[in-house]
Design a protein around this ligand. Structure first.
Ligand code: ZN
Length: 255
């Protein structure tokens, strides 16, 4: 039986990469797919699904006022699977349409999206998908502290988390960091305040601004969260990105 799937994650989990790989797998086996992405997301051009590792493909677009029964009337009758990117931007009505379409047409639909925003509020499309999808799958990412990342922090100009603003701010992927619940609320193991790191584990330190934000985070943290002279007890010694920041700034005598 065909299913409505929701593959959700925090940001930067490689959802688009996974979607494009799934499309490739179908096509490699001689089967057709239909790709959709939100018209709201124009980071890579309207109607382009692009992964951070360089894959990109043209997709059909959906806007909030669109009805998926009309959109899906335009796809090939040979379609074996419908893949929907940026599914957090679906409306609740569109998720209901997709659910009904799956079960009346017998073709699976796979939706990929972010579960909650930087305030911890669910996106409308994701809330509806969590309620209606036949199959839920979390795509796992790791917080800088090593725990599973489930939340998205929005980072301000100063490298500090922000908690107010519009739900959607397209085009600022590097303004977000995926974190675990504990880091989202800025707590270390003792529950004292430890602001989350300005970059995620494995992020190359590419600019002086980034390096300065890391230095500030590493050296200015509350002393209560630096039991061993380290910034906080999440880390044994310096994480790689702090070492990189030290190197970047060291060349200019700034650290
Ligand atoms: Zn964490």
């Amino acid at each position: 039986m065909a299913s409505l799937h929701f593959r959700y994650s925090s940001m930067n989990a490689g959802k688009s990469t996974y979607l494009l790989q799934a499309a490739h797998n179908y096509e490699e086996n001689g089967r057709q797919v239909a790709l959709f992405t939100s018209a709201q997301d124009d980071r890579d051009g309207v109607g382009i699904i692009a992964s951070r590792i360089g894959l990109r493909r043209q997709a059909r677009t959906y806007a909030p006022e669109d009805n998926f029964f009309e959109l899906l009337a335009g796809i090939s009758t040979e379609t074996a699977c419908v893949l929907v990117d940026e599914a957090q931007f679906l409306t609740a009505d569109q998720v209901k349409q997709l659910h009904r379409w799956v079960h009346t047409n017998g073709v699976p639909v796979m939706c990929f999206g972010i579960r909650s925003d930087f305030r911890g509020e669910p996106f409308p499309g994701s809330a509806a998908l969590l309620a209606l999808a036949d199959k839920l799958e979390e795509m796992k990412t790791i917080c800088a502290c090593g725990k599973r990342a489930t939340m998205n922090l929005r980072i301000g100009e100063d490298g500090r988390p922000v908690s107010e603003g519009n739900q959607v701010e397209i085009g600022g992927n590097n303004r977000y960091r995926q974190v675990c619940g504990r880091c989202f609320y800025g707590c270390d193991v003792q529950g004292s305040a430890a602001p989350a790191a300005p970059v995620s584990l494995g992020t190359p330190v590419t600019t002086r601004e980034m390096a300065l934000a890391i230095k500030k985070w590493w050296t200015d943290g509350p002393s209560s969260s630096r039991p061993n002279g380290h910034h906080n007890s999440f880390f044994d010694g310096e994480p790689d990105f702090v070492r990189q920041a030290r190197t970047v700034l060291g060349e200019h005598g700034l650290w």
